[in-house]
Design a protein around this ligand. Structure first.
Ligand code: NDP
Length: 284
């Protein structure tokens, strides 16, 4: 079984980002990470996003709000970040606490700064197969990893476990654009095991620690694990049990070291593209 390593894909993306940065005459793009509260997974994503921007030669700024921030205050502050000319792109860490209207914030975010594809305009573009917007970074990271390892998608049966707007749904559209035949599974899916076994490409994005073992994997399938979970022993793990999946799959991504590393590289690439787009329109 071949391990599909995120670091190798990320290094390729880094080279491309560096090339694009060189063409920007010393301009350093700026990412705003907007976080509400102190959830450990948000803190960990923020840390890796900020360190990735630095590694790629760009700048990240964290805007942190208390867990109980009011909608009125958050709306005002978010609008200020959204309009700030020195900020090229925004990563909003979600889900937001209940008192904040996430849908309203999604509609507010400027599409050109919406690096993680959360606003209606960018989502519509993903669904239309229009590459001029920003797709959610994790969904795009799956495609980038498959392409980097030259894994054909055209005509393949792809099965995704998970239908969230962050991963499952946008990924189904991106795979469809690559001419895969896509099945999306969720908690109401019947015969999950049988359906998963039919996937020549199987993607797990359910957020359930080691939920999928080898019995869910077809012989020779490519297994992509998007899940980032902490098991009962406090160990970071994916949605797949790699030891067991590896008995059946021809290729599989590890967790950590798989899709997560590619996601922040895609975020960096989106940032440089956002900054280049703004400079072309002479937005200062
Ligand atoms: P959500 O909780 O929003 O969605 C989970 C999806 O999985 C839902 O559609 C749910 O179905 C489905 N699901 C859950 N349990 C089962 C089950 N037993 N059988 C079938 N379907 C199931 O999670 P996200 O999409 O936000 O994230 C998924 C995972 O990916 C998480 O582990 C998360 O941490 C990780 N992640 C990783 C990133 C990365 O960069 N690598 C970035 C973002 C997320 P239903 O709709 O019916 O409830």
């Amino acid at each position: 079984m071949v391990l599909l390593k995120g670091a190798e894909v990320s290094a390729k993306i880094q080279k491309e980002v560096e090339r694009q940065l060189e063409a920007m005459d010393g301009y350093v793009p700026v990412l705003a990470v907007v976080r509400v509260g102190e959830r450990p997974d948000d803190l960990s994503y923020e840390k890796s996003a900020l360190s990735r921007m630095k590694k790629f030669g760009m700048k990240g700024i964290s805007f942190a709000f208390p867990e109980d921030v009011s909608m009125e205050k958050f709306r005002k502050e978010f609008a200020r970040i959204n309009e700030a000319p020195e900020i090229d792109g925004i990563l909003l860490l979600r889900p937001l606490p209940a008192q904040l209207d996430e849908k309203e914030i999604e509609r507010m975010i400027c599409p050109e700064k919406d690096l993680d594809g959360i606003c209606p305009e960018n989502i519509a573009k993903v669904f239309a197969g229009d590459e001029t917007g920003f797709a959610p970074c994790t969904a795009e990271a799956v495609i980038r990893l498959l392409k980097a390892y030259e894994i054909p998608m055209e005509g393949k049966r792809a099965v995704i476990v998970g239908r969230s707007m962050v991963v499952g749904r946008p990924l189904s559209m991106l795979l469809l654009k690559e001419n895969a035949t896509v099945t999306v599974c969720h908690t109401r899916t019947k015969n999950l095991k049988e359906i998963c076994r039919q996937g020549e490409i199987l993607v797990a994005a359910a957020g359930r620690a080691r939920m999928l073992g080898g019995e869910f994997v077809g012989e020779g399938a490519v297994a992509v694990d998007v899940g980032i979970n902490v098991d009962e022993n406090g160990t970071l793990c994916g949605d797949m049990d790699l030891d067991s999946v590896g008995q059946k799959a021809s290729m599989a991504t590890p967790v950590p070291g798989g899709i997560g590393a590619v996601t922040t590289a895609v975020l960096a690439e989106h940032l440089v593209r956002a900054a280049a787009g703004r400079s072309k329109r002479n937005v200062v």
